[in-house]
Write a protein that binds this ligand. Structure first.
Ligand code: GDP
Ligand code: GDP
Length: 438
């Protein structure tokens, strides 16, 4: 079994390489044999207690800079993150949070890999705590004060880190699929939850490092585990008077952020509302896979056209998640509830899917042959050289072109639709990055 990889991320000069040297001790850099995109990252072997892992220094990440290497660096970090089991974001405790940290944090919050925050250069124990505390504002969880030079504090963060790494010789755990059930009040979320687990069979597990009342429920089916996120938030609500505006949107947003796949529950009797659209927008923005669950289907008066009319309404009104599959269920009778998990599986597979560079380029060649890139008013033709997938969850593809400005929205949509048509990706958003040559 290959060793788990821990990616070290941060701005230049925060002390990443000092930290990596400390973790890896005197062990030599190892060469990581990897096909595909060329990388110049260094992989070093490290261990803590009974765990062995590989640390990779991703190089200094900057966002607000226009050097020509910027896209490349970001891509490298994305690539490192996509293969990492966990990541450590290193910041400089002496300078405090900077705009660059903010930007990296904002981006990291959209990633699914477990992440720890190391506040480096905190040599003094008293000052260190205050220095570290400033970084709560990055909203990435607990900041750990460390000194990479002296080694203080590194034990605490490593103790936390190894919770995410498999013990030596231990089989990698069968990955669980994290599922968020979101929707307006009264659409039937808790009925759905009960239909999945049954009132008494629910196994609840508190999540470390989050508020105590966030509880997940684990459901097992066919040897697979589904972690239903923040089910306390779904159950806890009776006796609460909802104002017309309130529907626990922040809680829903948090659950979406933690999820692999989001079940967006719609009330069949109400149709798609503005709040449903808002949730769909957030799901797409966060890059999560999605299944649209139209509940209370038992209560709808139907004729043979109803389902098609309904599907059309979903298409028209939920365009942010137009790539999502929908299913019509009744939490009350249990009709088709089990089928939801099949759609969750396929959405999750699409979300994690990795497509080889050669296949991506076949699709591009074919697409360009049918429909050449546009020519600008100045008579300049767009050229699409090649593409490669840079990360998963959601699948993200970098497209290298002569000049991104020559590719209008129409053409960009066309290319995305070709990827979907040729490669599927049902149930997941797809991200395309258009990169210029200069
Ligand atoms: P990188 O660019 O993030 O890899 O940063 P380096 O590891 O090259 O460190 C940048 C600078 O910060 C160097 O001058 C280091 O000596 C200094 N540095 C690194 N770790 C610490 C630390 O724990 N405390 C202090 N005071 N300085 C540090
Ligand atoms: P939540 O607020 O989204 O968790 O919604 P609940 O699960 O509490 O359900 C709200 C109301 O809708 C309750 O009165 C449920 O009995 C009812 N309900 C839930 N699912 C269904 C369904 O599939 N069919 C019908 N007819 N009613 C349902």
């Amino acid at each position: 079994m290959p060793l788990p990889i821990v990616a070290i991320i941060g701005r230049p000069n925060v002390g990443k390489s000092t930290f990596v040297n400390r973790l890896a001790g005197m062990q030599d850099a190892i060469v990581h044999d990897e096909p595909g995109v060329t990388r110049d990252r260094t992989y070093r072997q490290a261990y803590w207690r009974d765990r062995e892992f590989i640390v990779v220094d991703t190089g200094g990440l900057v966002f607000d800079d226009d050097t020509e290497f910027l896209p490349l660096i970001r891509e490298q970090v994305m690539a490192a993150l996509s293969e990492a089991t966990a990541a450590i974001f290193v910041v400089d405790g002496q300078s405090g949070p900077t705009a660059g940290d903010e930007e990296i944090a904002e981006w990291l919050r959209t990633q699914t890999v477990p992440l720890l925050l190391a506040v480096n250069k905190c040599e003094s124990p008293e000052q260190g705590l205050t220095q570290a505390a400033q970084f709560w504002e990055l909203a990435l969880g607990e900041p750990y004060p460390i000194s990479a030079i002296h080694g203080s504090g590194t034990g605490d963060i490593l103790d936390e880190l190894i919770k995410y790494l498999p013990a030596v010789g231990e089989e990698a755990e069968i990955p669980e699929i994290k599922v968020a059930i979101v929707g307006r009040p009264n659409v039937g979320k808790s009925s759905l939850l009960n239909a999945f687990v049954g009132e008494n069979r629910a196994i609840v597990s508190p999540i470390s490092g989050t508020t105590r009342d966030a509880i997940d429920t684990l459901v097992e089916r066919d040897g697979k585990t589904y972690r239903l996120i923040d089910t306390a938030g779904i159950r806890k609500k009776k006796n609460v008077e909802y104002g017309p505006e309130f529907f626990g949107i922040n809680r829903a947003f948090k659950a979406i952020r933690r999820a692999d796949v989001v079940l967006l529950v719609i009330d069949a009797l109400d149709g798609v509302t503005e709040q449903d659209q808002k949730l769909a927008g957030r799901i797409a923005e966060e890059g999560r896979a999605c299944v649209i669950v139209v509940n209370k289907w038992d209560a709808v008066e139907k004729d043979s056209y109803t389902i098609y009319d309904y599907q059309k309404e979903l298409q028209d009104r939920l365009h942010f998640t137009e790539w999502a599959e929908s299913i019509f269920v009744s939490a009350k009778s249990g009709q088709r509830v089990e089928k939801i998990l099949e759609l969750v599986d396929s959405a999750s597979e699409s979300h994690k899917r990795r497509v080889s560079t050669s296949v991506i380029n076949e699709v591009i060649e074919e697409a360009v042959r049918w429909h050449s890139p546009p020519v600008t008013r100045q008579g300049r033709q767009g050229k699409l050289y090649y593409g490669t997938q840079v990360s998963t969850q959601p699948p993200s593809i970098a497209l290298f072109v002569n000049d991104p400005d020559r590719f209008n929205d129409n053409y960009r949509r066309y290319i995305e639709s070709q990827f979907r048509k040729q490669l599927g990706f049902k149930g997941t958003p797809l991200r395309l990055f258009w990169r210029g040559k200069k």
